[in-house]
Design a protein around this ligand. Structure first.
Ligand SMILES: Nc1nc2c(ncn2[C@@H]2O[C@H](COP(=O)(O)OP(=O)(O)OP(=O)(O)O)[C@@H](O)[C@H]2O)c(=O)[nH]1
Ligand SMILES: [Zn+2]
Ligand SMILES: [Zn+2]
Length: 231
C-alpha cells in the first residue's frame, strides 16, 4: 500500500516536471537557443569546463549560463568574470534542478535581456550522479562528466546518468598517469550502458580534448536553429 502511494506520487512529480520541461524547450526553440544540461557528481569539473568553454567560444556564440547550486553563488561568481549573463539558482535542500526552477531562470533571462540574441544556454546542474538525470529541464542535449578520479565502475553503478547522456566527457585526464585508472575500461563501461554516446576525454587544465568538445557543442547549436524554424 505504502509503496503504491509512493510510486504514484513519484510518477506525478516526474509528469509535472516533464510538462514544465516541454514548456521551457518551447521558449528555447522560439528564441533559437540551444540548451545543454551539464551534469556530474560533485567536483568532476563542470564549472572549470564552463570557464574554458565561455573563454573559447563567447565571440562565436552568444552564451548565457543558468547555474544551479544548493546554497552558494560561488560558481556563478566564477563565471560572471567572463562577462556573460549568469543566473544563479539556489535549490536549497534539493539535490537537482527541476524544470520549474529553470523556468524561473529563463524568465529572468528574458526579462533582463533580449532572449533572441542568445545562441546557447548552458545549465550547470547540482553535483549529483543520480537525480539530475531524471529531471529534464527543457534541454536539447545532456552532457555528463565523469572524472578519472571517480573509478571505472561508476557507469555501471549509476546507470541512468550514463544512459541518458548524449555526450560523456571523461575529465581531468591530466591526472590519469598518477592513478591506476583504465580509460579504456571507463569507455567500455559507458558503452555498455549507452552504445551511441559521444565520449570525449578532456582536461580543463592542459586543454586536451577541448577542441573536440567545442566542435561537438557547435554542432548542437547548428542543429537546433533550423529545427526551431519549423515550430
Ligand atoms: N587536475 C585537474 N583538476 C581539475 C580539472 N578540472 C577541474 N579541476 C579541479 O577540480 C576541482 C573541482 O572543479 P569544479 O569545476 O569546481 O567542479 P564542479 O563539477 O563544478 O563542482 P560542483 O559544482 O561543486 O559539483 C577544482 O579544484 C578544479 O580546479 C582538470 O581538468 N584537471
Ligand atoms: Zn514560460
Ligand atoms: Zn560547479
Amino acid at each position: 500500500m505504502h509503496q503504491t502511494f509512493d510510486a504514484a506520487l513519484e510518477l506525478n512529480l516526474l509528469h509535472a516536471n516533464q510538462e514544465g520541461a516541454n514548456h521551457n524547450r518551447e521558449h528555447f526553440d522560439e528564441w533559437g537557443i540551444t540548451c545543454l544540461n551539464v551534469m556530474s557528481s560533485p567536483g568532476a569539473g563542470k564549472t572549470a569546463l564552463l570557464e574554458k568553454t565561455i573563454i573559447a567560444i563567447k565571440d562565436q556564440l552568444k552564451i548565457a549560463v543558468i547555474e544551479g547550486d544548493m546554497t552558494t553563488e560561488l560558481d556563478a561568481e566564477r563565471l560572471r568574470q567572463y562577462g556573460v549573463p549568469v543566473i544563479a539558482i539556489n535549490t536549497g535542500r534539493s539535490c537537482h534542478l527541476d524544470s520549474k526552477m529553470v523556468a524561473g531562470g529563463i524568465h529572468q533571462l528574458a526579462h533582463e535581456h533580449n532572449p533572441e540574441e542568445f545562441d546557447l544556454v548552458l545549465v550547470e546542474n547540482v553535483g549529483n550522479l543520480v537525480c539530475p538525470a531524471e529531471f529534464e529541464v527543457g534541454e536539447h542535449a545532456k552532457v555528463a562528466l565523469l572524472s578519472v578520479t571517480e573509478g571505472e565502475d561508476k557507469p555501471l553503478k549509476y546507470p541512468v546518468m550514463f544512459q541518458e547522456a548524449d555526450c560523456l566527457l571523461i575529465t581531468k585526464t591530466d591526472l590519469a598517469p598518477y592513478l591506476e585508472i583504465d580509460l579504456e575500461l571507463i569507455k567500455a563501461n559507458v558503452r555498455q550502458m549507452n552504445p551511441h554516446v559521444t565520449i570525449i576525454p578532456i582536461s580543463a587544465k592542459t586543454g586536451e580534448g577541448l577542441e573536440t568538445w567545442f566542435n561537438w557543442l557547435k554542432m548542437q547549436t547548428k542543429q537546433a536553429k533550423p529545427f526551431a524554424n519549423y515550430l
